[in-house]
Each structure stands twice: as C-alpha cells, then as structure tokens.
Ligand binder design. Structure first.
Ligand code: BGC
Length: 642
C-alpha cells in the first residue's frame, strides 16, 4: 500500500488547502468511534487484484492499442478507435502573424482567447482570455441554447478588443475552434459531431456540422467572424507544442476526458484512398477514449458504466480520466461502507450520491502526509458526510491510490502503444532520437501520483535506455494557442498581394499529383503545398454541372478539365472568368501543337518545355501574348537555339 504523498505541490485547482481563517468543519479529534476495526481486507484485496496492472497486462494494452490504431486506419469503423483525419497537414511553422481568436469547448468550462502572433521573430506577442463555466442545464439542453451561450461569450470578449487592432479591409476576425468531442472532420473548417462524451447530452447536435451550428449562433449575435480551423483539443495541443519544439510527435489529453493524437504518414492511412495530404503527413485524432481491449475492469467500473449516459462506450476514458476516477473510488467506498461498515453502521447519504466525490477530492486526500491523515478525515466529512477513524482513512487512501495507479499506468501503456506503432512503421523515427509527447489536461497537470504512475509504466515498457529519449512533457500553452495557430496557418486571408493579376497556375491530375505549378506571388513551400492540396480538392470534387469558377479564400479559381488533367488559375474575385477560361484553352492548344495530342506523360518528361511555353504567354502574373501563332513561332526560334 502506498499511502504517502510524494509532492505537496499540487495546483490550487485541485487542492483544498485549509486556510487559517476557515477552520475545518470537523473538530480535530472527533473521530468516528463507531467505525471500529474494519474488516475490509477481502474487499480491498479483491480490488487490488481486479485492478492490477502488471507488466504483461500493460504490454497487452500497448500492443492492442497499436493493433486497434492500424485497424482504424485501414477502414472507417475498423476498430474501437475512430482514427479521425484532422485535415491538419502542416503544423505551425512559426511564421504565423496577426490577430487570431480561439474558442475552446470541451468540458465544464469554455474559454475564449485572443492571440497576437508576431512571426518567427516575435512569436506569441500577447494573449488574453476569458473563461466561463457552462451551466449544468446547458449540458442537457438544446444545441441552439449551448451555441448561443458560447457565441454570446465570444461576442462579449470580442467587444473588449476595442480599437487596438486594425482589421484589413475585406477580411474578418478568424477563429480556431477547439471542440473536444468526437467529430468526423470533413475539412479543416468543418466537421460532424459523432456523439457527445464527458456527460454532455445536448439534443440536436449529433450528426450536424458544429461549425455551422456556431456560425448560425454567431449570426444570431450579429458577430461577423469566421472559423478557419476546427480542431480537437489533442490536435490543438500537438500544434501548440510543436510551435516551440520540432520533436513533438504525440499529444495526450488527460483531463475530464482523455484523448491522444499523433503525426502519421499519409501513406500509412489506407482509408485515405488516394486523397493526398499536402505535406505527406497528417495528424490523426485517435479518440482513444473508446479503446477497451484487455482492460482490468472491476465490478465498480461495470456498475458505473451501466449507470452512465453512454453505457458500453468510452471504456478507456471511464477507467483513466478525471471525470470518473473519483466516482469509481466513491462506489468502492459505498460497497465497503455497506458490506464492512467502513464508516459505521449506516451508509451516509451524501456518499451515496453519484459523483459526490470528485477526482480533485481524491487527489487532495492523497497529498495528506500527516500522521493522523487529518485532511483525509475532513474531506471525507465535508464531501461525503462521513466520520472516520485513522484505519478507515488509510483504507480510503489505499483505494484512491489503487484506482489512480491503474489509471496512470494504463494511460502510460496507451502512450507506448502509439509510439510503438509509429516506430514499427518507420524504424528509428521514435526510439532512435528525442521524441516529445505533449501532455495537457487538469488530471495530468495537477495529480502528482497519476503522473508518476504514468511515467513508471512508460519506463517499464520501454526499458530505461529507450525511455530516456521519450520526453513526456506538460505543454506550455495548451490547446487554445494551438487552435489560434492553426487558424493562422489556415487563414483565408493570406493571399493578399494586391497588384498581381494571376496568383498562380496549377496543372494537376485527378489523384492530386501536381504536374506544373507556377506561382506569381511569394509563398512559402508549406503554403504552396497547402494551396495545391486545397485547389485539388475544390476542383476534383466539384459537380461538373456547376460553373468552372469557384471561390478560393479571398480569390477565385478558374479551372478546366482536359481528360484526367485539371488546369487551374487563381485570380482576383473581380477578374473576368471567361477571359481566363480562354487563356487556359489557349495554353492547352499550344501544348497540343507541340506534343501532338498532349498527354500527362508528355508533361512529366518535358516539363522544362512546358514551363518555357508558359513563360511565353504569362509573365509575372500578367498575360503577355494571346496569339497562338506568335507563341508557336517564338517557341520555334527558341528550339533552333538549343
Ligand atoms: C472526447 C475527445 C476529447 C477528450 C479530451 C473525450 O471525451 O471524445 O474528443 O479530445 O475527451 O477532452
């Protein structure tokens, strides 16, 4: 039994510290005389056995996690793990600039942030935030009520911005929306809620696009802002941590709920089915809370699950996350009170109330290092209405420790499962070098024993040598800044190069391979990849019945399809579409002339010639020559010179 606490330094969020001005409601020596020598040993022994996490069990959990990840990547619904595509293909580079908002909804509170980004030199210049707790009734209300509440919080916060920041004309304030529930992303800025978790049961949102819900609520508030990135909190954490440290590969949330995400190779995701990712990599949101294979569950877990609003779901989450640890302990204590009179003859009513004992309470009890466990006694008295003697308190602490140990160790095994899968796919990627797992969430941040058990499990599983390379680290800024960074990285208003006419021309095949790309505006490579990816998705998925002009960020793309090839030009929103359609056709006619019936392979093998032709009629984003005859003659002359 490990009763002693190791570190007294727990965040104030979790610890109820006794203040001299607020004496405890229970006198120091009024221990419950009735709760005599308790004979709970068989129950306690059974609890220890049922929730034990020896190394072979942890190994099984890690292996099963890796296997479930693969199955979930192979096909939609392939395993308990949804392995959701985040559409975050490029992580923040540090170049992000401007003022962005983040909205963070994921638990009992929601936060609004304003972040001023200053690019590589200045990084995060300033952040301001507001936190509002979500009234309980809204967690069970309608979608409209919840989103109206959020939008009005955002509106109040946005008002405080005053005239400090000038918004360029034609642009809007952009938001990174952290929405920490399972969402099937349909793009970087849209996604359908699969189901609520963490005790939320809001009607009318499941199956809907949550960004649309927010947009409608913002409209009702008269708020003209734009969601540029919809992200899960784990994804936001990864992005935020990666902004400071290139070695971050995985992010884990251990708070009210739990989740993990990681950087995956696009070619390791069979269910992508040829859809390309602009960088060849993407972040996968595992939704590991739904994992269930081989967990050491007790009767208390089963009962809690059966009584929950989502029975049979989120089993890993119910075993390891902050919303549930206190409740499991409470259920054990009720049984001990009933069967073994742990707290005297009757079972106190307060203790029988579901969720009366919260994880912060059990954390605070575990920090009590006094001889008589006085804090434990007062917490039991205040929270559960029980009077206890020292032996009962010791048993209570033992129960807390057993449940927290199981949670921490299983979380550690989950992390190893992810690292293992990544290493198996690319030898040396993880274990051969420093790899950072970014952690966030109140449970991890504030519960020292939980953190220690998690780390111990990782070290046991990986061995001391390898685990030296794996740095498990609390994140600096959390998911909020990550979401703001992703809004910046996916900003709709970044292609602002006012005087140029044609911004870029792209030639892409149906699978998204770019065969020719010419940019007439200075963009970074990562941004070019993103543009190519987005344009391909836009034009390939567009119904052929629609026009060949489509809005793209603040511009428009004029495109035309020839067999399997898409020719796309990006121009100003006010430019003449028909002129550019003609321009594309002219380009194709010239190519045809040169390669007599041009096909994709001609472009691949003669790309230098293709670029030469292009330069003959578009230069610096301006049309130079529109006469086919003149261009062909000029090309002929150039050929003679070769
Ligand atoms: C949700 C995840 C979320 C996690 C942590 C879980 O209940 O399903 O989407 O990331 O909680 O907030």
């Amino acid at each position: 039994m490990s009763v002693a606490a190791t570190s007294p330094s727990v965040g104030s969020f979790y610890l109820r510290r006794r203040s001299p001005s607020a004496p405890m409601s229970m006198p120091r020596f009024r221990m419950a005389v009735r709760s005599a020598a308790v004979s709970v040993t068989p129950l306690l022994t059974k609890l220890h056995n049922d929730s034990a996490t020896p190394l072979p069990l942890l190994r099984h959990v890690a292996d099963a996690m890796a296997a479930d990840m693969r199955a979930g990547l192979a096909v939609e619904g392939g395993s308990d793990l949804k392995m959701i595509l985040s559409y975050v293909d490029s992580l923040p580079s540090g170049n992000e600039e401007g003022l962005f908002y983040a909205l963070d909804l994921g638990g009992t509170n929601f936060r609004v942030l304003r972040v001023q980004l200053g690019g590589k030199q200045e990084r995060v210049i300033a952040t301001e935030f507001d936190q509002v707790s979500i009234p309980k009734e809204l967690m069970f209300g309608t979608s409209e009520q919840l989103f109206d509440f959020i939008a009005s919080g955002l509106a109040k916060f946005a008002q405080k911005e005053g005239n400090k920041f000038h918004l360029p004309t034609g642009t809007k304030r952009e938001i990174g929306f952290t929405f920490s529930f399972p969402v099937k992303q349909t793009s970087i800025d849209s996604g359908i809620l699969i189901k609520w978790t963490k005790g939320f049961s809001v009607s009318g949102t499941a199956g809907k696009d949550v960004v649309a819900c927010l947009n409608e609520a913002m409209e009702r508030q008269g708020l003209d802002m734009r969601v540029s990135a919809l992200v899960n909190d784990a994804v936001g954490t990864l992005a935020g941590a990666r902004y400071w440290d290139d070695d971050v590969m995985v992010a884990v949330i251990l708070g009210t709920g739990t989740n993990a995400c990681y950087v995956e190779r696009a070619d390791a995701i069979p269910k992508l089915q040829g859809q390309v990712s602009s960088s060849g990599r993407t972040i996968i949101n595992t939704e590991w809370g739904a994992f269930s294979d081989g967990l050491p569950l007790t009767e208390f877990d089963r009962d809690m699950d059966a009584a929950s609003i989502n029975p049979g779901e989120q089993i890993f989450e119910k075993t390891i996350s902050g919303m549930y640890l206190g409740e499991i302990v409470r259920r054990v204590l009720v049984k001990m009170a009933e069967a073994d009179a742990l707290f005297g003859e009757s079972v106190p009513e307060k203790l029988s109330t579901p969720f009366a004992l919260r994880t912060p309470d059990i954390c605070a009890m575990q920090q009590d290092i006094s001889d008589d466990l006085q804090d434990v006694g007062s917490i039991l008295y205040n929270v559960a209405g029980v009077e206890s003697n020292l032996s009962a308190r010791k048993i209570v602490v033992d129960v807390c420790d057993t449940i927290v140990k199981r949670g921490g160790r299983l979380a550690g095994a989950g992390i190893v499962g992810i690292l293992q899968k990544m290493e198996e796919d690319s030898k040396g990627l993880i274990f051969g070098k420093r790899t950072v797992v970014a952690m966030d969430g109140g449970l991890y941040a504030n519960y020292p024993q939980y953190r220690r058990y998690l780390q111990e499990a990782v070290t046991e599983l990986l061995g001391t040598e390898i685990s030296k390379n794996v740095v498990i680290e609390l994140t600096k800024d959390g998911s909020g800044i990550g979401a703001a960074l992703l809004a910046a990285a996916n900003s709709h208003f970044t292609l602002n190069f006012a005087s140029t006419m044609i911004r870029f021309i792209l030639l892409q095949n149906r699978q998204g391979k770019t065969r020719l790309a010419k940019y007439y505006v200075p963009l970074e490579d990562s941004e070019k990849h993103k543009v190519e990816y987005e344009v391909h998705r836009l034009v390939v998925n567009r119904d052929p019945k629609f026009t060949n002009f489509v809005e793209f960020r603040t511009h428009k793309v004029i495109y035309r399809r020839y067999a399997g090839l898409f020719f796309s030009l990006c121009v100003d929103i006010t430019d003449n579409e028909l002129a550019y359609l003609e321009c594309i056709h002219l380009f194709v006619e010239i190519l045809d002339h040169f390669f007599s019936n041009v096909c994709e392979l001609d472009l691949v093998f003669n790309f230098h010639k293709v670029y030469l032709i292009l330069d003959e009629f578009i230069l610096a984003g301006e049309l130079q020559e529109t006469s086919k005859k003149a261009i062909i003659e000029r090309m002929g002359e150039l050929e003679k010179l070769e």
